[in-house]
Design a binder for this molecule. Structure first.
Ligand code: GLA
Length: 375
């Protein structure tokens, strides 16, 4: 199906995200520090006088059709993210036209890079452009998150959507999920002789949905044991505040959240000083906390992070929800080749799939595309 000749086609693209630090803190009203990926998911929407939406993807054989009055869970799979946006927009009182939406995916799926939020934000942007509606970015994030939580049924937080919607070139966003504010932080390691490597393990996260929900429930139980509505309420008292959490597993989960929030703020301070050695140490500490306290890494992911650091990286950590996906490594420009080679060799030796390794920079947020091929 091609729509490139049609004058009223709206083209819109949204990036994936890489979280520098601050994992599983969003639904605990904490802090995170993400950037956007250069890779973007693009949609082309052609409105039509119809009560249905037809969605096609370059990654799927057949189009998916659903009525505009679709209800949660009626559509499943990749098209559910578009159906969820159609549902959540109307739920928030915004009109949604019918038509055809074609998706060309640039963000790797199942790799912890927020491909689903990229698709949701691209679909949302296209539908808003088509109706001439303007909604502020916090509200857009809420709508996209609602699509994921209530339509798709994934109990995720707001990080991916806010990371994508507020992204800026060569900058990271410090997100405060309690106050729902963002602060733009300079993040341009290349200008200081440091590279950010994204190492995709090529092992998609498995069983992640159930484990994600279990981590969230653990954090909620810990907050309840402390008599507060979220762990953020005890952040100022540090881990000492957690003595009243009697369940040892819930205690470890909460300890990750409290220490991770501290590491996010320390990373921002280190970036303000351009102290990439310190940022590296914080990435390592974050990985250890996800491995030992939150228990969301895998042997494969741990091996990548350890090997990168052993070969000279300033620091490395898994990024994203966990149980597979990607590792980021901060590496002096001169050491990039050695780190890459060491990781490839070690994974080959131990029988893991060949990783995809890319040197990445913080990219821009979503936006309208002017024509086919233009981003
Ligand atoms: C997934 C979720 C986010 C966030 C991260 C972990 O990406 O969609 O809301 O919780 O995991 O930091």
């Amino acid at each position: 199906m091609t729509m490139s000749g049609s004058a009223n086609v709206v083209r819109f693209a949204a990036p994936g995200r890489v979280n520098l630090i601050g994992e599983h803190t969003d639904y605990n009203a904490g802090f995170a520090l993400p950037i956007a990926l250069p890779e973007r998911t693009a949609v082309a929407f052609q409105p039509a006088d119809t009560d249905e939406m037809v969605v096609c993807s370059d990654r799927a054989d057949a189009p998916v059709r659903f009525p505009l009055d679709t209800k949660p869970c009626a559509v499943t799979g990749w098209a559910a993210y578009v159906a969820g946006i159609v549902w959540a927009l109307q739920h928030a009182g915004h009109p949604v036209p019918g038509g055809t939406m074609s998706i060309s995916g640039g963000v790797a799926m199942g790799s912890g890079l927020a491909s689903s939020a990229a698709l949701a934000c691209a679909a949302l942007g296209a539908l808003l452009c088509a109706t001439g509606r303007q909604i502020d970015r916090i509200e857009q994030a809420r709508i996209a998150c609602r699509a994921e939580n209530e339509y798709v049924g994934a109990p995720t937080g707001l990080m991916d959507q806010l990371a994508i919607l507020f992204a800026e070139s060569r900058r990271a966003q410090l997100i405060d999920f309690d106050h729902l504010t963002t602060r733009s932080v300079a993040f341009d390691p290349d200008a200081h002789g440091v590279a950010l490597l994204l190492i995709n393990s090529q092992s998609a996260h498995q069983h992640a949905a159930g484990e994600y929900a279990a981590r969230r429930a653990s954090c909620e139980r810990a907050a309840a044991a402390l008599g507060v509505s979220s762990l953020r309420d005890v952040q100022g008292r540090g881990v000492a505040a957690l003595r009243a959490v009697s369940d040892p597993e819930d205690l470890r989960r909460a300890r990750h959240v409290i220490t991770e929030n501290r590491r996010v703020l320390d990373t921002v301070a280190a970036l303000d000083e351009r102290d990439f050695d310190e940022v590296g140490r914080l990435l390592n500490a974050s990985h250890a906390s996800m491995r030992d306290d939150f228990e969301i890494t895998t042997a494969h992911i741990d091996l990548i992070a350890e090997t990168a650091v052993g070969a000279g990286a300033l620091g490395a950590r898994m990024t994203g929800g966990g149980f597979g996906g990607c590792v980021i490594a901060l590496v002096l420009a001169d050491e990039v080749q050695a780190v890459e080679a060491a990781v490839r060799e070690q994974l080959h030796k131990t029988g893991y799939p060949e990783p995809a390794i890319a040197h990445i920079r913080a990219g821009v947020g979503p936006g309208r595309r002017r024509g086919p091929g233009l981003r």
